[in-house]
Design a protein around this ligand. Structure first.
Ligand code: 13P
Length: 257
């Protein structure tokens, strides 16, 4: 597999952190720190209420803005939800779908993840689909099966053309927010398995061009080794994305990859 076919991508997932005012403050710090980065793509996925401020603040910079969820319907009686068209109109380019916190706390299933991903892709959004096993899965030796199934169901009825906007983020649930990242070998192994599944569905041309990220306690200290792996094309960063200095280290490590 030829890694040079894929431009490194670093995505910050701010989760439910930062008010609109704090969002602008953080971006004010971050923007000059990463302004020289030209070989990696940078996206910050902020809370819905921060999107407008973030889009406005990052206009003309090398940082793009994304959301953390999207509904599958174009409009209608879905109280509390946000459509892909709404995200597009305010200038978001990207969206995270199927984060394990959505699956665990908000009842998302592989099927709803697929529906949401397809709505985002139909609208032309870069769609970051999260997959990952629990510790129980890993201990039971079924990581490949679990992640494989999540990936296959998420991609059902996603066309080959739409794959250009698909990013898969491998986030082992046991590594999220725990300070315990997957080893480089563990992360590489699963990311390679995901690429192989994509190859079986869409062929090698598309598999070689699909971005696969690692997420789960990636930080300034461990990012270089993880990003060096053959099938890890970038990171989905939680806690460290809230610290401009640390996030910049990760972005620059990706930029040098
Ligand atoms: P942490 O980087 O805080 O472990 O979070 C990872 C994550 O969930 C990103 O989506």
């Amino acid at each position: 597999m030829n890694k040079s076919l894929r431009k490194p991508l670093v995505v910050g997932n701010w989760k439910m952190n930062k008010t609109p005012h704090e969002c602008v403050e953080l971006l004010d710090e971050l923007i000059p720190m990463v302004s020289e980065v030209d070989r990696a793509d940078i996206v910050v996925c902020v809370p819905f209420v921060d999107l407008c401020s973030a889009v406005e603040k990052t206009r003309g910079t090398n940082i793009r803005v994304g959301a953390q969820n999207v509904h599958s319907a174009p409009k209608g009686s879905f109280t509390g939800e946000i459509s892909a068209e709404m995200l597009l109109e305010i200038g978001a380019t990207s969206v995270i779908v199927g984060h394990s916190e959505r699956r665990t706390y908000f009842g998302e299933t592989d099927e709803t993840v697929n529906l949401r991903a397809r709505a985002a892709l139909d609208a032309g959004l870069q769609t970051i689909i999260c997959v990952g096993e629990t510790l129980t899965d890993r201990d039971a030796g079924i990581t490949e099966e679990v992640v494989g199934l999540q990936t296959k169901i998420a991609l059902q009825n996603v066309s080959a053309e739409q794959m250009a906007n698909v990013v898969i983020a491998y986030e082992p649930v046991w590594a999220i927010g725990t300070g315990r990242n997957a080893s480089t070998a563990q992360a590489q192994e699963v990311c390679a398995q995901i690429r192989s599944i994509i190859g079986k569905i869409y062929g090698d041309f598309i598999a070689d061009r699909t971005h696969i990220l690692y997420g789960g306690s990636m930080n300034a200290a461990n990012c270089a080794d993880l990003l060096n792996e053959a099938d890890i094309d970038g990171g989905l960063i939680g806690g460290a994305s809230l610290k401009p200095v640390d996030f910049t280290v990760i972005v620059k490590a990706a930029n040098n990859n």
